[in-house]
Design a protein around this ligand. Sequence first.
Ligand code: ADP
Length: 250
Amino acid sequence: MLELDELIMDFGGFRAVNGCSFRVEKGSITGLIGPNGAGKTTLFNMIAGALRPTSGRIRFLGEDVTGLASHQLFHKGLVRTFQIPQEFHRLTALENLMMVPPSQPGERLFANWFGWGRVRAAEGDVERRAYETLEFLELTHVAHERAGNLSGGQKKLLELGRTMMTDAKLVLLDEPAAGVNRTLLRKLESKIEILNKERGYTFILIEHDMEMIEKLCAPVICMAEGTVLIEGDFQSVRCNPQVLEAYLGE
Ligand code: ADP
């Protein structure tokens, strides 16, 4: 589904990502781990179109997408979750889901051709889909609560829900477990698993929570100093001496 070929990212004279190559198979949940400063976020930013690589290629579904902007990738089904923006904190959970733009640019135009009746029907569809998303996430009890009042874990679930409002194929999750209590963490894990197994989403996730990585991710890729140290199943990566050394040096 995704192929990274010798990606390099320089910030001035500093090489944050130094020749990174790997493939992500359709239907997998790939875990990206590594000590702070390894280049994981920079790599995510390149994949998601927030940073243009200094050199190297990115292919998504067989197409060269190197240097495309994030909105172009979004329309192709490559979506990155972001924290709910400050301005959206005053909107309710339901409204936050309804604010996600349609992933097919033609949808709105299509509705316009058929007049207001159709537009209203389309809005109804969005609301229904948003509500179904809240049901799936078990968040209907906070549907009309302002997003700013939700707990850390509920916000993470809502962020996941925002990707479900699109026709996402590959979802990049940046530290989904950060700031989430244990109970909601289990729920978040199970929702990611269902989206993967039953709805066909492919995921790449950056995570420091090794329990989550162990439960969800295969394969696991460990980065250090801008390159891939090792790729494999959780146990083999965890026990690799180079990986242990990289973490010790943190
Ligand atoms: P990780 O996510 O693995 O912790 P990052 O990708 O955030 O690593 O950072 C990798 C390295 O690149 C770090 O040394 C960081 O300081 C540096 N870096 C990241 N972004 C920038 C930037 N915009 N300008 C300069 N250096 C950066």
